[in-house]
Structures are given as structure tokens and as C-alpha cells.
Design a protein around this ligand. Sequence first.
Ligand code: MG
Length: 249
Amino acid sequence: MKKMISIVISCIAIPVITFSQDAEKIAAQTEVWTPVPVVVAPAKEAGQAPSDAIILFNGKNVDAWETENGGPAKCEVKNGMMTVVKNSGSIKTKQQFSNFQLHLEWREPLPVVGKGQGRGNSGVYLQENYEIQVLDSYDNPTYSNGQCGALYKQAIPLVNACRKPGEWQSYDIIWTAPVFNTDKSLKTPAYVTVMQNGILIQNHVEVKGKTLWSGTPYYEAHGPKSILLQDHGDDGNPVSFRNIWIRNL
Ligand code: MG
């Protein structure tokens, strides 16, 4: 009788094992083992630079920056941050970039001075031509496609994620550079994704060209370009920046 039971169990078990082996074989057909992603060590604290980042500002000096014309950057560096010196001109990175992930932190000034576009206006110009607006948009109405987090005059931010002036805020920006044909015509447009304070405000938005104060955006062929921080030259206190790093993609 025992032998009989054993034979019956074997008959049941064998197909199960076969099915299991077949399932594993089929599943293995869709496993991809190469390439193996490069190891990048995350920072110990969120928002700090990972191991493969290029540090653009670490709170100590502005060696990675210069004026638009190539002279020494005239930012004030103090207490781990750099502050635009009013009317000294915008600054840009000495290094140039194409596709990248950019992290930066900024603080709108106190006391609050001015209103609308005149309150804490700066900007992060991606490849020198495409501005993600920096503005004190905390309880400060202005045109929606020019408020903080806008792709200036092209894309309204999905939400207003601004903190109060005097509080540090962050941008995490993913930039896909435009590609141009050999005759300088546009092959593929740029795309941008932006998180402000960890909140998605621009989601893979197609860029129509240079972000202009006036007129219709258009593209002008270019290669790798700098990150530029705008000196808007307003009457209020200028915007401060800290912890700026970038990863080439
Ligand atoms: Mg601006």
C-alpha cells in the first residue's frame, strides 16, 4: 500500500517540478544582465552631491563661476552661501554642459521688497538660453508663466511649491539638450523636468526655444553651454544660493 501511495505522489510531483523549471526558463528569457549600471554612491543626506557629481558651489568659493564676459565672478561668499551682488551681472559656470541633472538651493531675501517680477527675481538659465524662473512667488501675484518655477513665458509650473522668503528652497532639474542638424536647423527640441522642494512642477516639458521676455521663442543652434544665474538688478535684496552640483547624463 505504501508503495502505491509513493508512486501516486511521484506522479503528481514530477509535473509540478517540470512546470516550475519551464516557468523559470521562460522568465529567464526576459532577464537582461548587461550592461551592469555603474555604482554611484548616494550622499549621506538627501540633497547632497552623489559620488559622480561635479560640484559647482560648495559654500567656500566661486572658482567654478565667471561673469558673462569671462571675468571673475563678483558674488559675495559668506556663511556657506553665495549672494548675487546687485548690478554686477549674471554669472555662469566655466564648464559647459549638454544633458544633465542639476541640483541647487536658493533663498529669497528678507525683508521683502518690491512686488511681482521685482521681488527676488533671479533665474537658472540652462545652457545659458532657457530660464527656469527664480522669484519670490510666496503670496506675490504675477503672470503665471513668469512666476517661480515657470519655464519663463513657455510653461506655467504645475503647482506653486514656494516656501516663504528667508527659507531655503531647492530645484532638481533634468535637462535634455536640443539637438541640431549640420545646417543648424533644429533636429529635436530640448525637454525639461523640474522638482521644486521635492514637488514636481515641470514634467518633461518640450522647450520651444530661448526663453524671451518679449517675442516668440526660437532656437539658435549651439553645443554644450554653461549654467547661468541671473542678476535681475532689482531694488530688493538679492537672492542667495548654496549647494550646487551637476551630473552629466
Ligand atoms: Mg528671472
